[in-house]
Each structure stands twice: as structure tokens, then as C-alpha cells.
Ligand binder design. Structure first.
Ligand SMILES: [Zn+2]
Length: 289
């Protein structure tokens, strides 16, 4: 029987700050984060096929393309040496694929990084359920919530006009925010290995919130974690933030200035039960506990 691998799994909607949380956690001396592992199949192809055109956003956080990065070459070598059953283009979504592929990948990542715990910021609920069904992983669920009005504003502003009219409209994202966060809270909050945190509190006092997360995983906070840009990371996928240098952790309150009166109040009404559950007030102000 293979020893279970400890995984800290970030469960959140997009635009909730998971890249920041992932980088801070992955900067701990015992935690390795390689980003959204769910998307790894895409990179696997490029290991063996140099002719594949990778876009700039597909670069590893270290700056190299995944097929030129030393770290990923070592991981690939480990996988090829130890995981015979792994297909040429593994995917990482169903329970079987998670058992076969993710375990091999993570074992290789832990060996190369010489760390003990993996942080997977795939965010997706179905992937989490597959982890929980498997005996190969010991999962700690990190449910990251950000004010729904900020999430929906951030998501909608990046879309084209026609996309905004459909599923990415401000109001549709708000509905999704409410359903996703309430359902996940109800499903997992009784678990011992569950911690719910608000992005606003993380940004306001990172040492306090990160210490709490680490304590639940029997680890101590390391102050270097907050200067994550000084360390070399090898995350794949995730937003552009992972490749910027010298980043101050600061509050983004642009939604407070830019949402119209109607968007604010209708959005607040639409998500009233979710806002109440996660302690967000109806007032138009930055939400701290
Ligand atoms: Zn790299």
C-alpha cells in the first residue's frame, strides 16, 4: 500500500485570490505548489512534442516553457522511471485518473522539491470529490471566499460584450458565487480537515491567516512566505500574478468605485444569504471582520 500524500486543496471560484494564496503556501519550506494540477495534461503533451506551440501564458512561473524548465524535466524523468502505467497524455480528472496519474505526478514533485505536502489550487469541486474518494491522498480543504460583488465585477470586466450578456454577466456570476460557496460550506464545514477563509482577511493580515492554516497542518508560519516573489516557483497555469516580481500584498477595492448603484444593490439582494453566511455587510465598504 502506498503511503497517502498530503494535499492542501484550494476550493474557490475564479477571481477569488487563489493564485496569491497558492504562492504564499507554496513558499513554505514543507509545501510545494505547482499550480492548477487539473490542467497538467495539456503540459504533458508539450514534454514530448517540441513542435507544439505554447502560448506565453503557458510558461512555467520560472519563466521557461515547461519543456525547457529543469524542474519539470526532473519531474518527468521521475514519472517515466517509476510510473509504467502512465499514458502518453494523462488526464487528471476522474477518480481512476487521479489514482493513477496524480499520485505518480505528486510523488515525483515531492521527490524533486524535497518537500512533504502538495498544494493543489485546481479549485474545482469535482476534482476535490475524486480526491476524497481515493485512499491515496489525505486532503485538507481550504475554502477561499471573496466578496461576491468583487468576484463578479472582476470576472465580468474581463469579458467581451457578448460574453457578459451570457454566463459571465455580473448577475449570473453572482448567482454562481452564492450557489458554489453556500453548497460547499454546507457539504464540508463539518469535516475536521476543512478551513474556510475570506480573501479580504488574508490580504489584511496575511501572517495571522496563514499561521492558522499552517497550524491546522502541523506547520509553523515562515515570514519568507510573504516574499514569495523572491523564491523560484514552478507553477503551471493560474493568473499572470504568478510571474510578476516584487509584489506587495494589497487590497483591491476597484469594485467599490466602479460598480453602479444598481449593480451594487441588486447584487447585494441577489446574494443576501451568501453574504450573511460569510459575514459580508450590505454597506459599500471594504469588508473586514
Ligand atoms: Zn520552471
Amino acid at each position: 500500500m502506498n503511503a497517502p500524500i498530503k494535499v492542501i486543496y484550494i476550493l474557490s471560484l475564479g477571481h477569488s485570490g487563489s493564485t496569491l494564496l497558492d504562492l504564499i503556501l507554496g513558499s513554505h519550506s514543507q509545501i510545494e505548489s505547482v499550480g492548477e494540477i487539473m490542467a497538467f495534461g495539456k503540459y504533458w503533451k508539450s514534454f514530448s512534442d517540441n513542435s507544439l506551440t505554447l502560448e506565453d501564458k503557458d510558461r512555467c512561473t520560472c519563466g521557461f516553457h515547461v519543456n525547457e524548465c529543469d524542474y519539470w524535466s526532473k519531474v518527468r524523468y521521475e514519472i517515466e522511471a517509476n510510473c509504467e502505467e502512465l499514458g502518453i497524455v494523462p488526464s487528471f480528472n476522474s477518480k481512476e485518473e487521479i489514482d493513477q496519474n496524480t499520485y505518480c505526478l505528486m510523488k515525483a514533485v515531492l521527490k524533486v522539491s524535497e518537500k512533504k505536502i502538495i498544494c493543489d489550487s485546481s479549485k474545482n469541486l469535482f476534482r476535490l470529490k475524486n480526491y476524497l474518494k481515493s485512499e491515496l491522498f489525505e486532503v485538507f480543504i481550504l475554502h477561499l471566499v471573496r466578496d461576491g460583488r468583487a468576484v463578479a465585477y472582476s470576472w465580468a470586466k474581463k469579458r467581451t460584450h457578448s460574453e457578459k450578456e451570457a454566463q459571465y454577466s455580473y448577475f449570473n456570476i453572482l448567482k454562481r458565487w452564492q450557489k458554489f460557496n453556500i453548497n460547499n460550506y454546507l457539504s464540508f464545514s463539518n469535516f475536521n480537515n476543512y478551513f474556510c477563509l475570506r480573501y479580504e482577511d488574508l490580504v489584511n493580515d496575511p501572517p495571522h491567516i496563514v499561521s492558522k492554516i499552517l497550524k491546522k497542518n502541523s506547520l509553523e508560519f515562515e515570514s519568507d512566505q510573504l516574499q514569495f516573489w523572491k523564491l523560484k516557483h514552478h507553477n503551471l497555469y493560474g493568473n499572470r500574478m504568478r510571474r510578476r516580481s516584487n509584489q506587495e500584498i494589497k487590497i483591491d477595492s476597484s469594485y467599490l468605485e466602479n460598480l453602479s448603484h444598481q449593480e451594487w444593490w441588486l447584487g447585494t439582494l441577489l446574494t443576501a444569504s451568501g453574504l450573511r453566511l460569510f459575514d459580508y455587510s450590505i454597506q459599500r465598504k471594504y469588508q473586514l471582520k
